[in-house]
Write a protein that binds this ligand. Structure first.
Ligand SMILES: Nc1ncnc2c1ncn2[C@@H]1O[C@H](COP(=O)(O)OP(=O)(O)OP(=O)(O)O)[C@@H](O)[C@H]1O
Length: 279
């Protein structure tokens, strides 16, 4: 375990510490875009001519019934699978054409948030956030976990932003689910990602914690001009917190609209049937 090192947070103003790196491409490009993407797994057409984009600063909810193709969208964006047709862009770079090192570099710019938090339980919240700095520091520093003071400052600022500075030296597995997910958000902040993919980030949380986490995600998207694509099962959260909702059904895009326009008619177009009272 790294010895606690309590650095004064005043040394680097928080907005400076968390500003996206100057090397990052500027905001003209969408954070991510799918253009006429088709993906087939043998006989299953998982994505059928799907196009949509997420702009910097926007939280877009990706909704749809089970098997609609949401995970396949994420797999195409991270190039875990190759689209059969169409193209996939991250910050203006076509990831579907990349290989090897170039692909790894683009992947490193994508912040990932998972349903099950994906933290290392025995490490402190701070060390988990520092993992977001791995793409920014040399291999020997990673091996020895001797992160420069500046990286620790950035990680602490990120924890402060999600309201967890006082938990920095606490083991991740001693935190509540909502707190762990906020550590995961702090990690993508420290990573200075311009693109975040969040796969069902609040599914395992109680409604209060879920609202808190998704609210933090939306706020950091706006503050840091991060494009966030967030797969959500809870349509009510999508409506309340997302800027737009993109809906898939049977691999086809059936809706791409401002979240507040997602009414009962839209619900039945996406899911069939009527919206539950609390959706
Ligand atoms: N590796 C695979 N091999 C064959 N078919 C697959 C594979 N992965 C997904 N599929 C099929 O592709 C379709 C889309 O699956 P996908 O996992 O993208 O949907 P999803 O919207 O993420 O579903 P869920 O909400 O249940 O996770 C489904 O019909 C699924 O059964």
């Amino acid at each position: 375990m790294t010895a606690p090192l309590h650095l004064p947070l005043t040394a680097v103003p928080l907005d400076t510490a968390l500003r996206p790196s100057a090397a990052a491409p500027l905001a003209e490009h969408p954070a991510l875009a799918l253009t006429t993407v088709t993906k087939r797994y043998r006989e299953t057409l998982a994505l059928d001519d799907v196009s949509f984009a997420v702009r910097p600063g926007e939280l877009v909810a990706l909704v749809g019934p089970s098997g609609a193709g949401k995970s396949t969208v994420f797999r195409c964006l991270t190039r875990l699978v190759a689209a059969d047709a169409g193209h996939v862009d991250i910050l203006g770079t076509r990831v579907d054409r990349l290989r090897g090192r170039a692909l790894r570099e683009v992947r490193r710019t994508i912040g990932l948030i998972f349903q099950q938090f994906n933290l290392i339980g025995r490490l402190s919240a701070l060390d988990n956030v520092l993992a977001g700095r791995l793409g920014h520091v040399s291999t020997w520093r990673v091996a020895t976990r001797l992160f420069p003071a500046e990286d620790r400052q950035i990680a602490l600022a990120a924890l402060d932003r999600v309201g967890l500075l006082d938990k920095a030296y606490q083991r991740a597995d001693s935190l509540s689910g909502g707190q762990q997910q906020r550590v995961a958000i702090a990690r993508v902040l420290a990573q200075q990602s311009r693109v975040v993919l969040a796969d069902e980030p609040v599914s395992s949380l109680d409604p209060g914690s879920a609202a808190n986490v998704i609210g933090v995600l939306r706020d950091i998207a706006r503050e840091h001009r991060i494009g966030v694509l967030c797969a959500l099962h809870q349509v009510d959260f999508a409506r309340d917190y997302a800027d737009r909702i993109v809906a898939l059904r049977g691999g086809r895009l059936v809706l791409d609209a401002p979240a507040k326009e997602f009414d009962d008619a839209a619900f039945s177009r996406v899911y069939g049937g009527t919206a539950p009272a609390d959706a």
